[in-house]
Design a protein around this ligand. Sequence first.
Ligand SMILES: Cc1ncc(C[n+]2csc(CCOP(=O)(O)OP(=O)(O)O)c2C)c(N)n1
Ligand code: SF4
Ligand SMILES: [Mg+2]
Length: 274
Amino acid sequence: MNEKRMLDDQHYETMLAEESLCTKENLVYETPAEALYDTPMHYCPGCGHGVVHRLLAEVIEEMEILHDVIGVAPVGCSVLAYNYLNIDMSEAAHGRASAVATGIKRVLPEKYVFSYQGDGDLAAIGTGETIHTCNRGENVLIIFINNGIYGMTGGQMAPTTLPGMKSTTSPFGRDVDTMGAPLKITDLVAELPGTYYVTRQSVHKPANVRKTKKAIMKGFEYQKLGKGTCFVEVVTNCPSNWKMTPLDSNTWMEENMLPFYPLGDIKVPQKGEN
Ligand SMILES: Cc1ncc(C[n+]2csc(CCOP(=O)(O)OP(=O)(O)O)c2C)c(N)n1
Ligand code: SF4
Ligand SMILES: [Mg+2]
């Protein structure tokens, strides 16, 4: 064993022996053990879905609404969200999550209800349900994971795919003349009278993770006050279908997705309204 390795091992042993380090006060992170099952997720390494699941679990525990919240899972990579979140959940057919959330909330108005949807689910097949749920101002929270692609089915072009971005169905890059411009559905729903709080966030950096958590919490708080539809978009990555490492995908996202989908609040309550 070389000298450096020996020193490293000694250092490690000393650290382990320092029981004083392992105190409650020194804890910087605890998993939300009640709201999140202790099970490996199927998501690819670096995928944003897992981070947003954890944030949801943290918010649900901190708000102490574990037994008062009902989620609706989409079709897409997050179809198995109910295997990870230890709360009541329903599955919806592709695109129909906000309609299912509407039904649940109307029958059980005292519950906190949210839908969790990808961009293909929410902004392609579910465009009608999304627009009308928001227009009616249903008192639900919609969480929209925008990774610019159909992740689950192998990387086809989504409504959110950027101009020039390659996908399996736009192998030469999205041509806006023939394929249309990307649909900024979050800006669109912000124009509707039924939405109360609309924001676009990300989870690619710690500061952004914290902002997204706050946004999810606000969405539930406004729901408690009966304010109407809250809509939280999270711009994320899809390292596998973008064919990049997790790190490169985050850099690419920052350089290409964020100029097109700028982060920040799009619709906030007017002064004195909340
Ligand atoms: C009615 C219907 N049409 C198409 C499909 C196939 N399909 C399943 S997931 C999916 C795309 C999901 O993409 P997205 O919503 O962006 O979620 P992601 O996997 O990227 O998180 C499609 C087209 C389906 N299951 N049902
Ligand atoms: S295919 Fe993309 S969206 Fe789906 S789990 Fe993998 S990285 Fe995430
Ligand atoms: Mg997607």
